[in-house]
Design a protein around this ligand. Structure first.
Ligand SMILES: *Cc1c(COP(=O)(O)O)cnc(C)c1O
Length: 380
């Protein structure tokens, strides 16, 4: 079996598992227990992870709040800003190609009175900065634009968006779940005010993530969405998932060493895979090819439905179609639809995402299998 669905989730790195293990048993303390060493030791693990993650984002440790993942992080960012900045306004700008964690949360806020502008993207999946500026109003409280798209890998112009948001005095939130641990990140350079990520997208465990919340220039305030005990400086109550948080910290450390080299290795394999499959007549790449994560390709094959490829190949290659990773629903991809790619191209699209444990031999094998399947499907 060849795993080419790293954008859906990644396996825990063995070093992450090793770092976590003691925190299930011998170091099992509650990080909030201040009266004995069990608590202190657990707390040390948490605070070390907070520092490790801060390094990855070039943030301060005190600006990190641990969550159960990016879905919770997106909810806290959007709902937390909406409730806290009600006096300023109720207008939020986001993008049609965001993850459901953002889009569904915006929909929910709309029911509570929020006004949402959903920016369109061009055929490449990129937003237009002039349209963003035009959309900003005096009552705009938040701009929410994802760092990199989970289906296409397309990277939005984050630093430019951050600059515009700052110029207009609007907070900027980015869902960086696909980019964190893969692209060098700097919340100050990019003028990001809030950033969400999930450990399991970069070789950490599932069910744990973090929200970066800027502490100064400006100090971001958020209304907590989970109350009870005041953990995480009141932003997110509940006993901390100490093993998970330790795993997230370790994943951040692993991501930092040789990030550039690993991205080059993945880009080489991805490009080879893509070039080979583009040799099949009528095959096209979906999304901007330059402004894109190195490990992912979203391709459409002519006259072949992706569902058919899945049926033929899913005992040999794990990959995904359309919005498979974002929801339990079977709707065609809202991302590709927003790129106005047309029905045939959307239905014929697959996403192949590579990762740390992908080998060249696997890529060769996948090229053969996919090529063969597409060709035979196109003959009938
Ligand atoms: C995976 C993903 C999420 C959700 O992460 P969870 O771990 O499921 O909470 C949010 N946004 C993007 C871009 C993602 O890829």
């Amino acid at each position: 079996m060849i795993y080419l669905d790293y954008n859906a989730t990644t396996p825990c790195d063995p070093a992450v598992v090793e770092a976590m293990l003691p925190y299930f048993s011998v170091k099992f303390g509650n990080a909030a227990s201040k009266t004995h060493p069990y608590g202190w030791i657990a707390d040390e693990g948490v605070e070390q992870a907070r520092k490790q993650l801060a390094v990855l984002l070039k943030a301060e440790p005190q600006e990190i709040v641990f969550t159960s993942g990016a879905t919770e992080g997106c909810n806290l960012a959007l709902k937390g800003v909406y409730e806290m900045y009600a006096a300023k306004g109720k207008h939020i700008i986001t993008v049609a190609t965001e993850h459901k964690a953002v889009l569904d949360t915006c929909r929910q806020l709309e029911r509570k009175g929020a006004e949402i502008t959903r920016l369109e993207v061009n055929e490449d999946g990129l937003i237009d900065l002039d349209q963003l500026v035009t959309a900003i109003r005096p009552d705009t409280i938040l701009i929410a634009v994802m760092y990199a798209n989970n289906e296409t890998g397309v990277i939005q112009p984050i630093a430019a968006i951050g600059r515009l948001a700052r110029e207009h005095g609007v907070l900027f939130f980015t869902d960086a779940t696909q980019a964190a641990g893969k692209l060098p990140m700097d919340v100050h350079h990019d003028q990001v005010d809030i950033l969400a990520l999930s450990a399991h997208k970069f070789y950490g465990p599932k069910g744990v993530g973090a929200l970066y919340i800027r502490r100064r220039d400006p100090r971001v305030r958020l209304m907590a969405q989970i109350d009870g005990g005041g953990h995480e400086r009141g932003f997110r109550s509940g006993t901390l998932n100490v093993p998970g948080i330790v795993g997230l910290g370790k994943a951040a450390v692993l991501a930092m060493d040789n990030m550039t080299g690993e991205q080059e290795r993945l880009r080489r394999m991805r490009d080879h895979l893509e070039r080979s499959l583009l040799g099949l007549e009528g095959t096209v790449v979906n999304g901007n090819k330059e402004q894109r994560m190195a490990h992912v390709t979203n391709l459409s094959f002519a006259h072949v439905k992706a569902e058919r490829l899945i049926a033929a190949l899913n005992s040999q290659i794990a990959f995904s179609v359309g919005s498979a990773c974002t929801s339990a629903s079977k709707e065609p991809s809202h991302v590709l639809a927003a790129m106005a790619l047309g029905d045939g191209r959307i239905k014929g699209s697959i996403r192949l995402s590579l990762g740390r444990f992908t080998t060249e031999a696997e890529i060769e094998h996948a090229i053969g299998l996919i090529g063969e399947t597409v060709r035979s499907a196109q003959m009938v």
